[in-house]
Design a protein around this ligand. Structure first.
Ligand SMILES: Cc1ncc(COP(=O)(O)O)c(C=O)c1O
Length: 387
């Protein structure tokens, strides 16, 4: 069976050049980067090269890049590290958007249980945080604002530069989770004007379990992982050298191909979107305005998203839903809920996220099988047609 992978926002296949570099690293760069002898210094030199590659992707200074175990750790470090560092100043308020990844939302929930005040900003129906909502939420005791650069479910790009400027005016730090934008669209820390930025290798053809946090020079975080003086005492533990090197190569590849690949993916994504809207009745795209080029999220009226995901999988097409099935009930997508969509629309949406290997022929195949699958699922439900 022909298998078509349209779930690149979940993870991407590892690029061949990344695999090669990681294999060589495992074989040849096995020294501990903290060791003073030849083997250690060789690993350290490789690590420094990877740090420069990551820094080049985001327009940063290499000394500001700290390797982590991925996006989740970077988000935790940014939020917990800033909150704990600022606690003595009396700033006990944290702000984030309601459409953040769980890595941010659950970290904020944990801090709320320890007495932090947390404000979650609403988004409009296009899936964007408005500067006005942040302006209204900021107070003199706001320690940190965290708003993602691109949303993982619907792909919308947030007005981070504008939001970060508002936070700065009130003396609050600004963190952006750029896990879904880094490597797909230009991410430049200086023009974004942020203080902290998270990224993850496996979202742009690097390995899982490798990521980085960018910490603007002068910003002090309390370390999340304590121990030795690795990463200039910002993240303890012997570095995952092969993972970091894989991240570095992935960053280089993404930078080299960004413009052409973004154009190619946007054209494929638009072809998919138009095809679905034309060929399948009762469909609508969730999220509008500026989006990452590889993502679309589509509602299928009177269809349970999980059922359509399984039907597509049986046809060899891999997609995902923002809603999750837990203990037999379908949990609505928190992103679509935050956008104010009615309950049925938060449970009937499918995310298609495209990537390097996808072709026009694959997109046309998906568009051609969808009408039949949707029709079949609809014939099995007795829910009345909604306007
Ligand atoms: C927006 C966003 N943030 C954070 C993460 C977590 O990254 P990781 O899987 O590297 O922990 C993801 C992964 O799905 C994501 O999409």
């Amino acid at each position: 069976m022909q298998r078509i992978y349209l779930d690149h926002n979940a993870t991407t296949p590892v690029a061949p050049a990344v695999i090669e570099r990681m294999m060589a690293a495992l074989r040849d760069d096995f020294g501990n980067p903290s060791s003073v002898h030849h083997f250690g210094q060789r690993a350290k030199a490789s690590l420094d090269e990877a740090r420069s590659q990551v820094a080049a992707l985001i327009g940063a200074d290499p000394s500001e890049v700290v390797f982590t175990s991925g996006g989740t750790e970077s988000d935790n470090y940014a939020i917990r590290g800033a909150a704990e560092a600022l606690e003595p100043t009396g700033r006990r308020h944290l702000i984030a958007s309601g459409i953040e990844h769980e890595a941010v939302l659950n970290t904020l929930r944990a801090l709320a249980r320890r007495g932090w005040r947390v404000t979650l900003l609403a988004v409009d129906q296009s899936g964007v945080v408005t500067p006005d909502s942040l302006r209204a939420a900021l107070t003199d005791d706001t320690a940190l604002v965290s708003v993602m650069h691109a949303n993982n479910e619907i792909g919308t790009l947030q007005p981070v530069a504008e939001l970060a400027a508002l936070a700065r005016e009130r003396g609050a730090l600004f963190h952006t989770d750029a896990v879904q934008s880094a490597g797909k669209v230009p991410v430049q820390v200086k023009s974004l004007g942020v203080d902290l930025l998270s990224l993850s290798a496996h979202k742009f053809y690097g390995p899982k379990g490798a990521g980085a946090i960018w910490i603007r020079r002068g910003v002090r975080l309390l370390p999340l992982v304590t121990g030795g003086k690795h990463e200039r005492s910002r993240r303890a533990g012997t570095e995952n050298v092969a993972g970091a090197l894989g991240l570095g190569v992935a960053a280089d590849l993404a930078r080299a191909k960004m413009t052409t690949e973004a154009e190619r993916l946007a054209a494929l994504r638009d072809r998919l979107e138009h095809g679905i809207l034309q060929r399948v009745s009762g469909t609508a795209v969730n999220g509008s305005g500026a989006r990452v080029p590889n993502t679309t999220n589509v509602s299928f009226d009177r269809v349970e998203a999980e059922s359509l995901l399984i039907a597509l999988d049986l046809e060899g097409v891999a997609v995902s839903t923002g809603s999750a099935c837990s203990s037999g009930t379908l949990e609505p997508s928190h992103v679509l809920k935050a956008m104010g969509f009615p309950a049925h629309r938060t449970q009937n949406s499918i995310r298609f996220s495209l990537g390097a290997a996808n072709t026009e022929a694959e997109i046309d195949h998906v568009v051609s099988v969808l009408p039949r699958l949707v029709e079949k699922l609809r014939s099995l439900t007795r829910t009345p047609v909604r306007a």
